[in-house]
Design a protein around this ligand. Structure first.
Ligand code: NAD
Ligand code: DAU
Length: 366
């Protein structure tokens, strides 16, 4: 079946990887991206992809309605969100505006344009494992029926949006699916998140700020696996259902950071040109990247452990992650080394000023 698909937040990290995946695997479909190009959105993420970018706000109901009717859109894949936990702690309002009000605006328009006009449709909502709260070391992994217990303003806003999506199915009959996934990593990951921030800090010889004791556990999911999982839910998921998507790679932060430091040392040892490109990196002088590890004040309310049980998606959709963390991380580091122009474009903007103002104590950047 050919689709006309609207990808909200498609100029962000996961959204742009999803557009690339969908365009490559469903070339007959028409892809429209709706993105406000906030600090996290980047036109360059869509370079070379067969998709049209409309710059606008998901809260703009008139704009969304005209996109749906003018382009015959039958599928919404909803990524647009404020996505960084630390920012939600510093200023929750934008998270309520985009994640809650914005999602509700999309649902209202979808109901008017699709249900009332009796058009076949699918609204897929992209959510997070953080809505389930935090796990103890021996607790079973999150399942789709794990009760919601969000702990940060970010996860509370995502939980609210999940509930609205569910309610629009239950009350009005909107054809919806939701996926809740674990920590993504891969190309185009914005350098405020752990992995890209630490890669770029290490290349500049800056401290690697480890929150608390560094023993928080995350389940790392390569973004390509996530995109394949979402595509499977859109095409084969049952209306009204939620599906957990994980990477099967539960690791404490310190293990991720040690992997990163060792891979950085190896990259510099193997490729002498890196030493001249990044002379401030310890590895440029044969010193261990791990010397940059710095323990800093913990994130307030920091969730200790996330883990995803994705057996439902495996059984119903044939989903399985294909990347191990080792191979996925190696490819990701190689991407950041080969795409310096991409992250320089971000660092040369106002982003670093914001980090300096808000994270002086965590030495996130200098
Ligand atoms: P991101 O911050 O990289 O991108 C968000 C995108 O949304 C940006 O392009 C931004 O410009 C756009 N946007 C923000 N407000 C908007 C608005 N009002 N109207 C239109 N566009 C707007 O986020 P990401 O990491 O790619 O996450 C995408 C989705 O996946 C989010 O819903 C997030 O909650 C969810 N998620 C992310 C992860 C992860 O590890 N990154 C894990 C689980 C779930
Ligand atoms: O679990 C899914 C979630 O993963 C998504 O819903 C969020 O959108 C996404 O940002 C991510 O949230 P986290 O808070 O887990 O990701 P982050 O990269 O911010 O942090 C990962 C871990 O590393 C976390 O335990 C906090 C820690 N950390 C993070 C940063 C930025 C540090 O120790 N130091 C840092 O500087």
């Amino acid at each position: 079946m050919m689709r006309s698909i609207l990808v909200t937040g498609g100029a962000g990290f996961i959204g742009s990887n999803f557009v690339a995946h969908w365009a490559a695997t469903r070339p007959a479909d028409r892809i429209t991206v709706l993105d406000l190009l906030t600090y996290a959105g980047n036109r360059a993420n869509l370079d070379g992809l067969d998709a049209e970018l409309v710059v606008g706000d998901i809260r703009d109901e008139g704009l969304v309605a005209s996109l749906l009717s003018d382009r015959g859109i039958d599928t919404i894949v909803h990524f647009a969100a404020e996505s960084h936990v630390d920012r939600s702690i510093l200023g929750p309002d934008a998270f309520i505006e985009t994640n809650v009000i914005g999602t509700h605006a999309l649902l209202k328009v979808a109901r008017r344009e699709w249900l009332e006009k009796k058009k076949p449709h699918r609204f897929h909502h992209v959510s997070t494992d953080e809505v389930y709260g935090t796990l103890g070391p021996n607790d079973p992994a999150f399942r789709e029926d794990t009760p919601y217990a969000p702990n940060s303003p970010y996860s509370a806003s995502k939980a609210a949006s999940d509930h609205l999506v569910r309610a629009y199915h239950h009350t009005y009959g909107l054809d919806v699916t939701t996926s809740n996934c674990s920590n993504n990593y891969g190309p185009f990951h914005f350098p405020e998140k752990l992995i890209p921030l630490f890669i770029i800090n290490a290349l500049h010889g800056r401290a690697l700020p480890i929150y608390g004791d560094g023993m928080q556990v995350r389940d790392w999911l390569h973004v390509e696996d996530h995109c394949r999982g979402i595509a499977a839910v859109i095409e084969s998921g049952r209306p009204g259902q939620t599906y957990n998507i994980g990477g099967g790679a539960e690791l404490p932060n310190l293990t991720v950071i040690d992997t990163l430091c060792a891979a950085m040392d190896k990259a510099f040892a193997t490729d002498p040109s890196l030493g001249s490109r990044f002379p401030d990196a310890p590895a440029a002088r044969g010193l261990p990247t791990a010397a940059l590890k710095t323990f800093v004040t913990d994130r307030p309310g920091h969730d200790r452990r996330y883990a995803i049980d994705c057996s439902k998606a495996m059984a119903e959709l044939g989903y399985a992650p294909t990347h191990s963390f080792e191979s996925g991380f190696a490819a990701t580091l190689a991407w950041y080394l080969a795409n310096e122009h991409w992250w320089r474009g971000i660092l040369d903007g106002s982003y670093l000023d914001w980090v300096r103002e808000n994270y002086a104590d965590r030495q996130a950047a200098q």
